[in-house]
Design a protein. Structure first.
Length: 272
């Protein structure tokens, strides 16, 4: 028999993967990515529906529904609405962010809702923090690779502009190829960063430490996310030159990396 934890692990991972494909389609109009994202999201909806039906059958009196089921129902409703919007209205921007919220709610429910004691809230927030840190590490990895390609692009662009045909220039790939790799790495890292911050906000709200929403570390992370979203949208819709995207990538990563040095002024999981 499949355990509840295993089922929620599967739903959370599949949900995260579907958001990666949705963000890629939202930015790059990738039909194949949209089909993959929609298919995975439909599978998440099926798992949620099956679980809700099982819970309803187990106790038909709705007064016995716990906060756990109500939040799961809320997440299921968000997924349902996003699928309807995707099918009939085709508003990819809204669909993506609706599902980021749905993902955060599902992550909260993954560990269950306690009775409300301080210890239980702390334990839940700590578990959510593990998910946040895991997603953030993956986001950092992808965005670090994007930053490396951004640096390579600016270096090669300046050398070609100055007609400096050195050995290092000849060993580098073309500007077009570097631009593609930089863009794709950013497309992977940006939704991972968005999901990580969504889980972080959920953790803060669960623990009841609302003041952390105005923490310098949290604010800097959201500004960095906004810069990354602006970078990919500008690259896709305004068709700006590659060197501008490379420069904005460096700015965004510098702000994100600044979080490491904000520990003294931050109360949000500072590193020892």
């Amino acid at each position: 028999m499949i355990t509840e934890n295993w089922l929620y692990d599967a739903m959370l991972y599949i949900y995260a993967l579907s958001l990666l494909f949705y963000f890629s389609d939202f930015v790059d109009r990738n039909r194949r990515a949209k089909q993959m994202g929609t298919g995975l999201l439909v599978f998440v909806w099926v798992l949620q529906t099956a679980y809700l039906i099982q819970r309803i059958v187990s106790h038909l009196n709705m007064s016995f529904f716990s906060l756990f089921e109500y939040l799961l129902l809320f997440s299921w409703l968000l997924v349902t609405i996003s699928l309807v919007m995707n099918r009939f209205f085709r508003i990819e921007f809204i669909v993506f962010f609706v599902n980021v919220i749905g993902f955060a709610v599902l992550a909260l429910n993954m560990f269950g809702i306690g009775s409300g004691t301080s210890l239980e809230r702390w334990e839940l927030a700590r578990k959510l923090l593990y998910v946040h840190v895991s997603l953030m590490i993956c986001a950092y990895a992808a965005l670090t690779i994007a930053t490396i390609f951004a640096g390579m692009y600016l270096f090669l662009h300046s050398r070609l502009k100055g007609k400096q045909w050195t050995k290092s220039v000849r060993r580098l790939p073309s500007l077009e190829l570097i631009d593609i790799y930089m863009y794709r790495s950013t497309l992977i890292g940006t939704p991972l960063l968005a999901m990580s911050l969504a889980v972080a906000v959920t953790s803060i709200l669960t623990e009841g430490q609302y003041a952390l929403l105005f923490d310098l570390k949290v604010i800097a992370s959201f500004i960095s996310l906004g810069l990354y979203i602006w970078t990919v949208l500008k690259r896709r819709w305004l068709d700006g030159p590659g060197w501008k995207m490379a420069r904005w990538n460096l700015y965004s990563y510098a702000l994100l990396f600044l979080n490491v040095f904000l520990n003294q002024a931050s109360s949000f999981h500072g590193w020892s």
